[in-house]
Write a protein that binds this ligand. Structure first.
Ligand SMILES: Nc1ncnc2c1ncn2[C@@H]1O[C@H](COP(=O)(O)OP(=O)(O)OP(=O)(O)O)[C@@H](O)[C@H]1O
Length: 502
């Protein structure tokens, strides 16, 4: 019995794990890997796995696998009742099998496929409130000997610790999701978006935005569709002395041309057939604050002339009125069209272009600031998991690679849509390549490298490759270094230099 002859090493490890669980340690995957590694070592096993049960499909999937074939094993799922793990999950009972070959419950397909020979197994159900939510199994006792009852008892103790860690993490995630949902609500109520970024390109642009926010001059924001022009317009307003005043937005392309003038400048009663009442325009509503005119390239020459007058004299007349109204409004305009060539063709007034283009801000496409893809993906994942009340823990290394190599013609908006859809369709807790519904033909050859020097491109590649192998090795750095064929110390140095955090 465990209590009769206490093994010092096992007890020390148990205390250490217990301390970790009770500390503010929130990365459950790292903690679970640590528990699994310790259990394998202390029971004298060769490899091990933590399988979790997906209650919707009744399949057990490999959440963590350790050992020489860990990467290959992870692509399998096990049906309830199938194999030793499936039996343990179905019966909610621990099991020692020291003669695997002669046990009819053993499912030999995985061994055959990955080229591994299982001889003995220890398997213990992972329980939450007495319900089996997964299985921990340790495989092949060292030196071909047998697992003992004492090994099983220790594995049960460690599995209880894993269950505790898992429950803590779930409660923590619930609170975090709720917080996220509330934040999301507050943000959409206030109408301003949270700006997420990691790239130096956006950091620099925000530095410029900070400076231009302080003046009252017009700002012209350009960039492809979906890059976040509206978010930058919000930042200009929020960082300006007008931040406490109104921020009025208008998408010029969304309003029929004949109504746009009245929408911008208002009208008096009877100004046109449907004008049964006087109505204030957006410029009056924005008085003292900021107006954001999206898709400015779509407005007619007639409205352009009126807009020019507001820019020059801060004056306009509502439709049907001869009264001149004075306003104090800062104008921010945005477009994904080439206004200069529109000027050349005569469809955009040159004088208006120069008046608007006092402070130009060009937002780079998402493919040209690949550093943002990862943080934006994680942000949208949390946002839509919380919104859809789904328990999605992350994105698989392969799916991350696909996100990184895709060219994102629709920019951040497309990325947001892809992640939202993936959260909805995903049946398991990790978003995988199939969930992204991105066709591989649409990929270009690594657009993340565009415009980078050779050194920068090599560093981006190194960073992604190391992160991918780390992910496949469950962040075990010794295993990762071995797979990469480098020293463990060199891996640590690379991780520090390339800012890879696990
Ligand atoms: N840095 C960012 N952080 C978080 N969300 C972002 C970011 N950039 C863009 N988005 C999101 O992507 C979507 C598109 O952004 P936005 O509407 O600002 O783009 P746009 O350039 O104005 O597009 P369009 O040219 O179509 O008007 C929005 O849902 C926005 O919330």
């Amino acid at each position: 019995m465990v209590a009769d002859k206490v093994d010092r090493k096992r007890l020390d490890t148990l205390i250490e794990i217990n301390n970790l669980i009770n500390s503010n340690y929130t990365d459950v995957r790292v903690l679970m890997t640590h528990i699994l590694e310790s259990s394998t070592r202390l029971t004298g096993g060769e490899s091990s796995s933590l399988l979790l049960l997906d209650t919707e499909t009744d399949l057990l999937y490999f959440e963590i696998a350790l050992g020489t074939k860990s990467e290959e094993v992870r692509k399998f799922t096990v049906k309830m009742g199938e194999g030793i793990a499936g039996w343990v999950a179905q019966n909610n009972t621990s099991l020692i099998v020291n003669d695997v070959e002669n046990d009819p419950r053993f499912f030999s397909e995985i061994d055959k496929d990955v080229g591994y020979k299982t001889t003995s197994i220890l398997a213990v159900p992972l329980r939450m409130k007495d319900q089996c939510v997964g299985v921990i199994e340790v495989i092949n006792k060292e030196n071909g000997s047998n697992f003992t009852e004492e090994d099983l008892e220790w594995l049960e103790i460690f599995t209880n610790q894993a269950s505790l860690a898992y429950q803590n993490a779930q409660s923590f995630k619930k609170v975090k999701d709720e917080l996220f949902r509330l934040q999301d609500r507050v943000e959409s109520d206030s109408g301003f978006h949270k700006m997420i970024f990691k790239s130096s390109e956006i950091e620099q642009l925000l530095g410029i935005t900070d400076k231009i926010s302080k003046s009252d001059s017009p700002v012209l924001i350009t960039g492809e569709s979906g890059v976040g022009k509206e978010l930058f317009a919000e930042q200009v307003h929020l960082r300006s002395p007008r931040s406490k005043e109104t921020f009025v937005r208008l998408n010029c392309a969304a309003i029929p041309e004949e109504l746009l003038e009245s929408e911008l400048f208002g009208h008096v009663k009877g100004a046109f057939t449907d004008a049964s009442n006087e109505r204030l325009g957006r410029f009056s509503l924005a008085d003292g604050g900021t107006i954001f005119l999206d898709e400015i390239g779509e407005i007619s020459l007639n409205v352009q002339a009126k807009l020019l007058r507001v820019l020059q004299n801060k004056q306009f007349e509502p439709l049907g009125s001869s009264d001149t109204i004075m306003v104090d409004v800062r104008i921010i305009a945005a477009t994904n069209r080439n206004l200069e060539s529109m000027v050349d063709k005569g469809s955009f007034r040159e004088d208006l272009y120069y008046r608007l283009n006092v402070l130009p801000v060009n937002i780079p496409a998402l493919r040209d600031r690949a550093d943002d893809i990862e943080v934006l993906s994680d942000y949208f994942l949390s946002k839509y998991s919380a919104r859809n009340r789904k328990d999605i823990k992350g994105i698989s290394p392969e799916a991350r690679e696909l996100l990184f190599s895709y060219s994102w013609p629709g920019n951040v908006r497309e990325l947001e849509n892809v992640i939202e859809r993936a959260v909805i369709v995903s049946k398991v807790s990790l978003i995988d390549t199939e969930d992204l519904l991105l066709s591989r033909e649409k990929e270009r050859s690594m657009p993340g490298y565009k415009g980078k020097s050779l050194k920068e491109a090599v560093n981006i590649f190194k960073k992604n490759y190391i992160k991918r192998v780390l992910g496949n090795c469950n962040n075990n750095q010794t295993e990762t270094a071995a797979k990469l064929g480098i020293q463990r110390t060199y891996l640590s140095r690379l991780m520090k230099d390339l800012e890879i955090k696990v």
